[in-house]
Each structure stands twice: as structure tokens, then as C-alpha cells.
Design a protein around this ligand. Structure first.
Ligand SMILES: [Zn+2]
Length: 132
């Protein structure tokens, strides 16, 4: 008998923030990403190893079925490559350590709108910044 426990949330590592389920089948325990599990339930079949579950809005913690789509590994790779190409970079000199850096322009604009200082090369410089 297959038992499904969860979803739980990965709290560290490369999958931090993502939900997963624990499957127990005759004492054998495996884990599976919740998005994949949901899609399999929805389709009524187990996904092929070549099939990946894509998060349409790119928010990997948004496991709502309406945000999930099945892509083959090559389709998913193409989507990731297209997203990387469409990213607009903002280049600047970090005001704390004076290292040339770059950040996604979209995020820089977002932070400005919120009245945040920066951009900085990283979290540690943002923490050291004392204001203008
Ligand atoms: Zn810096």
C-alpha cells in the first residue's frame, strides 16, 4: 500500500522553500517534489523521467495546479535559456566596497520603488551601509 505524507517544506539546501511529499511503499521511503506529485495526481499517471513540472510564473514555491505545466527536459532547458537572455542587467559600482557589480534591473527598480538604499554587491555590504 502506498502512503503519502506531507507536503513538507525543504528548509535548507538547493531546494529550500520548496514543498515535497514522502511516499512510503512497502517500507520503502522516497521523496518527491510536491509540484510533481500534484501533477501526477491530476494526470492520473506517473510522469516519465524526461518530463519535468514547470512553474509558469517562475515562482518555484507556487505549487498551485494552475501554475504548473508539464515540459520535457529539453523544452524546460529552452525556457530557462530564453529567460536568461531576456534578463536586463543593471551595472554599478558597490557604494561600500567599490566592486563593479551587476544585478537584475527589474529587482533594482523594484527596490528603488520601495525606497531601499542600494544596490550593493551583496548582503554583507548592504548590512554595512550606513546611509548617504
Ligand atoms: Zn560591496
Amino acid at each position: 500500500m502506498l502512503r503519502v505524507n506531507g507536503p513538507y517544506v525543504h528548509n535548507s539546501g538547493p531546494l529550500a522553500g520548496r514543498r515535497y511529499v514522502v511516499l512510503t511503499d512497502n517500507g520503502k521511503r522516497t521523496t518527491k517534489l510536491y509540484s510533481r506529485h500534484l501533477m501526477e495526481q491530476h494526470l492520473g499517471r506517473v510522469l516519465d523521467t524526461d518530463e519535468t513540472v514547470d512553474h509558469i510564473d517562475e515562482d518555484k514555491t507556487n505549487d498551485d495546479l494552475s501554475n504548473l505545466a508539464v515540459l520535457t527536459r529539453s523544452e524546460n532547458a529552452k525556457k530557462s535559456a530564453a529567460l536568461r537572455l531576456s534578463v536586463e542587467w543593471y551595472e554599478f559600482i558597490c557604494p561600500v566596497c567599490e566592486t563593479p557589480s551587476k544585478k537584475e534591473a527589474r529587482k533594482v527598480r523594484h527596490n528603488r520603488k520601495q525606497g531601499k538604499a542600494g544596490p550593493f554587491c551583496g548582503r554583507s555590504c548592504a548590512g554595512k551601509y550606513m546611509g548617504p
